[in-house]
Design a protein around this ligand. Structure first.
Ligand SMILES: Nc1ncnc2c1ncn2[C@@H]1O[C@H](COP(=O)(O)OP(=O)(O)OP(=O)(O)O)[C@@H](O)[C@H]1O
Length: 780
């Protein structure tokens, strides 16, 4: 097994595997153990290989993986701390021999519930690797550590040297702002309160609350005997920051959420991972709040406060499942002591030790997640898939002469983990040298957990892998070989083959097809077939060969199916994450649209208001002018009122004459009836009488109209017809009326149009020319 025994040192990560013990009193029955640790064959006590045996119901290949070291279930936190070489990482950061030191990264990776957080952050009774590392760092620095009490300018000088646009504060100030009651003995949980299953409202979304200050922290395991040498000629300062990568965005865990003006919700502002003016060659998380810690107790309180803000949710797989990738960063700042003695403040250099507790991959079906928690899981799985690709590339690169480029810019997580592994182009061209970071990855696995998820993680994280396809020969093959052997050794009992050789190793990772081998140990009680005829035997052989060929084909198809299934699962995970991405993009587009719409609405409203104002002013001016015109015209109208009075008087006379005429008509009618009653011989038929009277009237009228202005002609005409007395009266009245009309016509001859015999007009019209005074056409 060439590939596994000598992992090349070009790996960016040392990869360790830690198996978690079965949960004590855990609910549900334990699954079969599918993972076996192989005894070391190099004479050491340190196991490095494991074998993954698929459950019986699955026809999967047996896989063997190699790691830097495997920790079995009984390994303690202290074992892991010592054997992963964390003390060496710390030494590189402190740089006892001078220089800025080497950045270090410790990350945990694994399926949800496999023990990542337990390893890095410990439990209520056990310290994790983070607390142990802090203890060793503070213990190692001793008197070389500067704090804000002993150096009042410390904060300023550190701020001046910080390249990440950070907000710096001292630990006492930070702790006072975060914790409420220093005397309370309540031991806060190292993780935020777990919301109900499926509830994804995390601690970062509510109003900031003050925490209870824990009175004690776990003291076990004890590392007081361990210290690392530091640079005696240097003074150090410890600056701590914490952030999480949630849904591919970076959020500060030490800055309380702020209330958004628009939505009135408490939210954290996402931060950028970028090059800054002071750090053009290295990307940094910009704008973090960083706390200067003078001792271990302060650092632990800062860690506790940050953990409280981290997003944690109860899922079907883990009652306190991390929903984000958490980063705890200890910057060990360093500068020469002599610079302070000389009174000159030298800039701070130094290196950082980062501990990353990654969120676990999970299957929605097992974790029983839904809604936002499911979307989070999609993002987690996607980022872990990219991490897997990077790790795969790096292990490929380690075995090839021409290394592949690790595609670490695909997501925020891989950028944060890998970008400091390589020197940037600008650093190289500037001739500056900074050591690439040293990194340790601890892969955690539950040997009784989810086989598929665990095997997937082991596949891309292991330093080397080997696959073997074991095959149980079919009965036909057994019979065939037995027949052949029996024919060769007719007197001997039949010797049967058993399984194929269990492993045939392949350095290139390709599938191995084991050879059929006979086993001398297993003897089967089958009767010899020496008496069979040659024909019968050859038929049997042909049939057996065909069956063997078909079995081979079936096996091949089964393997192809397995590969397809794995590809489908990967594609589904990718699809899920793409869906999440689309949802997020849609959300972003909607927000952008809404913002733009509001902006445009605002502009339109402002424009409309301005137009309205102008219109109102113009309207007022317009009406002012009209009123002025009206007032002026009213003055002119009053001067012509006398003429109108005359006209009114005439109208009244005409009215009176009309009424008089009406009265006379009625009298005339009465008189005529009386006459008819008095002389019955002269009585005419009613129609004749009516027509006669009306003829007389119309005649008189016509005559009057023909000789307008000649009353005598009118009376003459009436007499010539031999009219009766009432008819004369009537005719004379008509003449009177006509006279009045004539006078009316004469009176209105000034402006009115004469129309013979038309009724007198009562409507008084103002002369048009008077309204033209203002010169405005559209008045009223
Ligand atoms: N080595 C161990 N010894 C004892 N208990 C362990 C060990 N590893 C894990 N556990 C326990 O298993 C449970 C789940 O572990 P943990 O929360 O660390 O999982 P995780 O991998 O961080 O999960 P997630 O990715 O969902 O956050 C915890 O109760 C933890 O105490």
């Amino acid at each position: 097994m060439e590939k596994t025994s000598t992992p090349k040192s070009t790996n960016l990560f040392e990869v360790y595997l830690r198996l978690r013990p079965p949960q004590q009193g855990g609910a549900g029955a334990l699954g079969d153990r599918f993972l076996a640790v192989e005894k070391p064959d190099d004479g050491t006590e340190t196991p490095k290989h494991i074998t993954l045996n698929p459950p019986h119901d699955r026809r999967r290949a047996i896989e063997k993986f190699a790691f830097t070291q495997v920790f079995e279930e009984d390994a303690t936190q202290l074992d892991v701390f010592h054997c992963t070489g964390i003390a060496n990482l710390i030494k590189g950061v402190l740089a006892p021999c001078g220089g800025d030191g080497t950045d270090a990264l410790l990350a945990t990776l694994g399926v949800t519930g496999s023990g990542k957080t337990h390893t890095t952050l410990g439990s209520r009774s056990q310290r994790g690797l983070t607390q142990l590392s802090l203890d060793v760092i503070f213990r190692s620095l001793g008197d070389n550590l500067a704090d804000c009490d002993s150096n009042p300018n410390l904060e300023q000088s550190l701020l001046a040297s910080d390249p990440s646009e950070a907000v710096l504060c001292s630990a006492p100030n930070f702790i006072d702002s975060m914790y409420s009651d220093p005397s309370a003995s309540f031991r806060a949980s190292s993780r935020a309160t777990t919301p109900a299953l499926g509830d994804s409202v995390g601690p970062g979304q509510g109003p900031p609350r003050r925490l209870f200050r824990p009175s004690t922290f776990p003291q076990q395991p004890d590392v007081s005997a361990l210290s690392v040498s530091c640079d005696p000629s240097a003074e150090y300062a410890i600056v701590i920051s914490m952030y999480e990568v949630y849904n591919d965005r970076i959020f500060d865990l030490l800055t309380p959420p702020v209330k958004s003006a628009g939505t009135r919700e408490y939210r954290r502002r996402p931060l950028l991972f970028k090059s800054t003016e002071a750090s053009p060659d290295r990307k940094v998380v910009a704008g973090l709040r960083k706390v200067i810690c003078g001792n271990l107790q302060q650092a632990l309180l800062v860690l506790e406060a940050g953990l409280h803000e981290r997003r944690v949710t109860g899922t079907g797989s883990n009652s306190a499942s991390s929903r984000s990738h958490g980063f705890f960063c200890v910057e060990v700042k360093k500068r020469g002591k002599s610079s302070r003695k000389r009174g000159a403040e030298m800039p701070w250099g130094g290196a950082a030790f980062t501990i990353a507790d990654l969120a676990g991959s999970e299957r929605a079906r097992d974790a029983k997640t839904a809604g936002a928690t499911l979307a989070e899981a999609g993002k987690i799985n996607e980022s872990l898939m990219y991490l897997g690709q990077c790790l795969q590339m790096q292990s490929d690169a380690a075995t090839k002469d021409k290394p592949n480029l690790v595609p670490f810019r695909q997501c925020r997580l891989t950028e944060l983990l890998f970008s400091n592994c390589y020197p940037s182009a600008s650093t190289i061209s500037a001739g500056r040298h900074r050591n690439p970071q040293k990194a340790v990855m601890i892969v955690t696995a539950d040997p009784h957990g989810d086989f598929n998820a665990t095997s997937q993680i082991l596949r891309y994280s292991a330093l080397a892998r080997e696959v073997t396809v074991p095959r149980v020969p079919s009965i036909t093959q057994t019979t065939l070989i037995a027949t052949a052997q029996a024919s060769q050794h007719p007197s001997s009992p039949l010797v049967s083959p058993t399984t194929a050789q269990p492993f045939s190793s392949m350095a290139d990772g390709s599938l191995a097809y084991p050879q059929l081998m006979t086993s001398p140990n297993i003897v089967r009680n089958v009767s010899p077939m020496s008496n069979a005829s040659d024909t019968h035997r050859s038929t049997m052989e042909a049939a057996a060969l065909e069956i063997a060929r078909l079995s081979e084909e079936v096996e091949h198809l089964r393997r192809a199916l397995d590969a397809e299934r794995a590809a489908r699962e990967e594609t589904e995970a990718h699809l899920l994450s793409m869906e999440d991405r689309m949802i997020e993009l849609e959300q972003a587009v909607r927000e952008d649209c809404a913002a733009e719409f509001e902006q445009r609405l605002e502009i339109e409203m402002a424009r409309w208001r301005a137009t309205l104002q102008v219109e109102m002013e113009r309207g007022e001016e317009h009406w002012g002018r009209k009123i002025e015109v009206f007032e002026r015209s009213m003055g002119i109208v009053n001067t012509g009122a006398d003429d109108a009075d005359d006209e009114d008087k005439e109208n009244v006379l005409v009215e009176d004459a009309n009424q008089e005429l009406e009265r006379l008509r009625r009298e005339n009618e009465l008189l005529r009836r009386e006459i008819v009653d008095l002389s019955p011989t002269k009585r005419l038929p009613l129609r004749e009488r009516g027509s006669d009277a009306s003829t007389a009237l119309s005649k008189a009228s016509r005559h009057g109209a023909a000789e307008t202005g000649s009353p005598r002609a009118m009376s003459r005409s009436a007499r010539g017809c031999g009219p009766s007395a009432p008819l004369d009266d009537e005719a004379s009245l008509l003449l009177k009326l006509e006279k009045l009309r004539v006078s009316d016509n004469q009176a209105s001859g000034r402006g009115a149009v004469a129309s013979g015999g038309s009724s007198p007009r009562k409507v008084r019209r103002l002369p048009g020319k008077r309204w033209n005074v203002g010169g405005d056409d559209d008045v009223f």
